[in-house]
Write a protein that binds this ligand. Structure first.
Ligand SMILES: NC(=O)c1ccc[n+]([C@@H]2O[C@H](COP(=O)([O-])OP(=O)(O)OC[C@H]3O[C@@H](n4cnc5c(N)ncnc54)[C@H](OP(=O)(O)O)[C@@H]3O)[C@@H](O)[C@H]2O)c1
Length: 247
């Protein structure tokens, strides 16, 4: 899918991978990027860095009224990037149910609710011949459960399953759905975890390269690519690998 001239919404755009995706989308010729964040004031430096092609958009993916308002404001969109994410829960038995629910609210239901709200805009884009798409940022932890992040991992698996269902439903309308499965990225989310990480900028570049090459399922970093290859060859082996990594 060509990024050039597209009008894109990126959720969770104020920091981390979302922020890097905004820069990379602009570099690839996007006409306009709605940078969505829970608190609009956190987008000031992004707008300052990129100018008028970045439009700040208030969007909390767990709040229906916020989602509806954002979809109304960004009614000319033809690409939705579901990037917003939360890592609140770790071990599935040691984490509180509340923190696991929080991860599901953002990572799974947030992705679904945001997609549902933007479908009418994407359908209008089909009619205009704009080849619309949804890009879902999932995780290697979607592919098999990573017990050290058991709650988060379950929420990202739910997001991946939803993404598959969304792909088949939107294909009938002429809307493509891309899924990305990153390994560890050097962002706030995993700053406490000591492991090799890929920069958000490198992940954003590789993620959009896969989209430009029409690869529907891809891993945007070397660790992610290794785990995705294992999963595609032998899913049960990946679950064992992740189990062993968690001690
Ligand atoms: N970092 C990794 O190792 C890694 C690996 C694989 C996949 N991922 C995925 O990559 C995506 C981006 O994560 P990141 O690494 O860039 O993490 P990050 O730096 O923690 O950024 C998370 C972003 O999501 C936003 N967000 C959280 N809750 C939200 C809500 N209710 N509504 C709207 N936005 C919300 C945050 O906004 P606030 O600033 O308002 O909190 C922030 O912009 C996530 O989907 C994550 O699961 C990350």
């Amino acid at each position: 899918m060509l990024i050039e001239n597209k009008v894109v919404v990126v959720t969770g755009a104020n920091r981390g991978l979302g922020r890097a995706l905004v820069g990379e989308l602009l570099r690839r010729g996007a006409a306009k990027v709605y940078a969505a964040a829970r608190r609009e004031e956190t987008l000031a430096s992004l707008v300052e860095a990129h100018g008028a092609r970045v439009v700040p958009l208030a969007l909390d993916v767990t709040r229906p009224e916020s989602i509806a308002q954002a979809a109304e404001k960004a009614s000319d969109v033809n690409v939705l990037v579901n990037n917003a994410g939360l890592l609140a829960s770790y071990g599935i038995l040691s984490s509180s149910l509340a923190s696991i629910r929080d991860d599901f609210e953002v990572n799974a239901f947030g992705l679904l609710a945001t997609t549902k709200a933007f479908v009418p805009a994407l359908e209008r884009a089909v009619k205009r011949g704009e080849a619309p798409a949804v890009i879902n940022v999932l995780s290697v932890a979607s592919l098999a459960n990573m017990p050290s992040l058991g709650g988060y991992s379950a929420s990202k698996a739910a997001a991946s399953s939803m993404s598959q269902a969304i792909r088949w439903e939107l294909a009938k309308l002429g809307i493509q759905v891309f899924a990305s499965y990153p390994g560890p990225i050097d962002t706030e989310m995993v700053k406490a975890l000591e492991m090799p990480k890929t920069s958000a900028e490198a992940v954003a570049k590789s993620l959009l390269e896969a989209v430009a090459a029409d690869v529907l399922d891809a891993a945007p970093d070397p660790t992610g690519a290794q785990f995705l290859a294992t999963f595609e060859r032998e899913p049960a082996a990946l679950a064992k690998t992740f189990g062993a990594m968690s001690g």
